[in-house]
Ligand binder design. Structure first.
Ligand code: TXA
Ligand code: MG
Length: 345
C-alpha cells in the first residue's frame, strides 16, 4: 500500500492558468510539467491530468489534487510505441497486433511493469497501464516534455470525466497549475482497458475500441475480468471497486422491456414533478434500433449532459437502458457505475 504522506489533506490554493491550444501554450505547458507541475490536456477520449512519469512528488500532488485513492494506478501516456521499452519489460505478440491496429487510439494495454516505473504510478502492482492517445495536442505535449506523461481523467475522483476545459476548471480550479483549452474531446468516454499479462486477454474497462473489434483483431473471444467473491480480495483493475462518473443528482437507470421502460420512466417523472422535485430524462433513445452514429453522439455528450444537469440544479436524472453491443457496452458500463439505483421495469 502506497501512502501519500501526512500532507495529503492540505491545500495550497493557486491560480490555474488557462493555456491556448497551439505552440506557445504547449511550450509553457511542457515547461510546467518538466518542473513537476500538473497540467490538464485534451485527448480523444477525455481530458487527462498530466504529470511526468518519473517525478514521485508530482505524482503524489496529482493523487491529492484529484482526491484519488492511492491504490488506484495511473495510465502512462506515450508519444510513440518505440517508447514502450522504457515502461514495460515485455511486449507480447498480442500487444503488437493491437498496437499496429489501434494506436494511436482509445486502447490502454496492461503489460508487465519495468523496474524503472515508480511504484506510485502503478500503486505497487507488478503491471503498468499504457496508451498512446490519438490527439495532436496530447502527442505534441508529450513530445515537448520529452518523456512519458501519466494522466488519469482530469476530474475530482468520482465525478464525471471532463470533456471540456471548463469541466476541468469546475473540479480542479486552484488545485492544478494549468489546463489547455481546446475543442471538446471527440470520444467522450475513457479508453478501453485490456489486460495482456495473463494467459488470455481480459477486458477491464469497455471503451470506444469495442470488444468485437478486439476479438476480431486477435481472433479470440475477449473475456471480462472475474470479480473475486472473497472479501478483501483486490479487483483486477483497482478502479473497478469505486463508484464512478457520478453526477450530484440521483441517477435512476431504468432497465427491462422497451414498452414497459417508457411507461415506468413517464410514471417516475410525474411522481417527482408532483412532489416539486426537479427531474430530467437523459437522452431517451428513439424507439427504433439506434445507429452507431447515434451511439457515438450519445457517448460524446454523456458526461457533458450530466454536468449541465448538475449546474441547472436537477435533483433526479432518469435514464434508459440501451443495447450493449459495440460502443453501447461502454455507455452501459458508465451508466451502471453512475447509477444511484437500477430499476427493472
Ligand atoms: O481515456 C483514458 O484512459 C483517460 C485519458 C486521460 O487517457 N484516462 C483515464 O485514466 O481514464 P483513469 O486513471 O481515470 O483510469 C485508469 C483506469 C483505472 O480504472 C485504473 O484502475 C486502471 O485504469 N489501471 C491503471 N493501471 C492499471 C494496472 N496496472 N492494472 C489494472 N488496471 C489499471
Ligand atoms: Mg477516471
Amino acid at each position: 500500500m502506497i501512502t501519500l504522506g501526512d500532507d495529503s489533506k492540505t491545500w495550497r490554493t493557486r491560480a490555474t492558468l488557462v493555456l491556448k491550444d497551439g505552440y506557445p501554450g504547449l511550450r509553457r505547458a511542457a515547461n510546467i510539467l518538466k518542473k513537476g507541475g500538473l497540467v490538464a490536456f485534451p485527448t480523444e477520449t477525455v481530458y487527462g491530468l498530466g504529470a511526468v512519469w518519473d517525478n514521485p512528488s508530482a505524482i503524489k500532488a496529482l493523487y491529492r489534487a484529484k482526491g484519488r485513492p492511492a491504490d488506484n494506478p495511473l495510465i502512462v501516456h506515450l508519444a510513440h510505441p518505440l517508447e514502450l521499452p522504457l515502461v514495460t519489460r515485455d511486449v507480447p505478440s498480442s500487444a503488437i497486433t493491437l498496437i499496429e491496429r489501434f494506436w494511436p487510439g482509445p486502447l490502454t494495454l496492461v503489460l508487465p511493469r519495468s523496474p524503472a516505473v515508480p511504484a506510485l504510478v502503478c500503486a505497487g502492482l507488478p503491471t503498468v497501464a499504457i496508451r498512446m492517445p490519438a490527439h495532436q495536442t496530447a502527442l505534441h505535449l508529450i513530445r515537448a516534455v520529452g518523456r512519458p506523461v501519466v494522466a488519469p481523467s482530469a476530474n475530482l475522483s468520482g465525478r464525471p470525466s471532463p470533456t471540456r476545459a471548463w469541466h476541468v476548471l469546475e473540479d480542479l480550479s486552484g488545485k492544478i497549475d494549468a489546463v489547455i483549452h481546446s475543442a471538446a474531446c471527440p470520444v467522450g468516454l475513457e479508453s478501453t482497458v485490456l489486460d495482456l499479462t495473463g494467459s488470455s486477454p481480459v477486458l477491464l474497462r469497455p471503451g470506444a475500441v469495442t470488444r468485437e473489434e478486439l476479438s476480431s483483431a486477435l481472433g479470440i473471444e475477449i473475456k471480462n475480468a472475474k470479480l473475486s467473491k472473497i472479501p478483501g480480495h483486490p479487483p483486477p483493475a483497482p478502479g473497478m471497486k469505486y463508484r464512478h462518473y457520478s453526477p450530484r443528482a440521483a441517477l435512476l437507470l431504468v432497465t427491462g422491456l422497451p414498452g414497459r421502460r417508457l411507461r415506468l420512466m413517464t410514471a417516475l417523472a410525474r411522481y417527482y414533478q408532483r412532489r416539486g422535485v426537479s427531474v430530467a430524462l437523459l437522452k431517451c433513445p428513439p424507439q427504433n434500433v439506434p445507429q452507431s452514429g447515434w451511439y457515438r453522439n450519445y457517448a460524446a455528450d454523456l458526461y457533458g449532459s450530466m454536468r449541465r444537469l448538475d449546474r441547472a440544479g436537477t435533483e433526479v436524472i432518469i435514464v434508459e437502458e440501451i443495447g450493449s453491443e459495440g460502443l453501447g457496452e461502454a455507455i452501459m458500463n458508465r451508466l451502471g457505475k453512475a447509477a444511484t439505483r437500477v430499476i427493472m421495469a
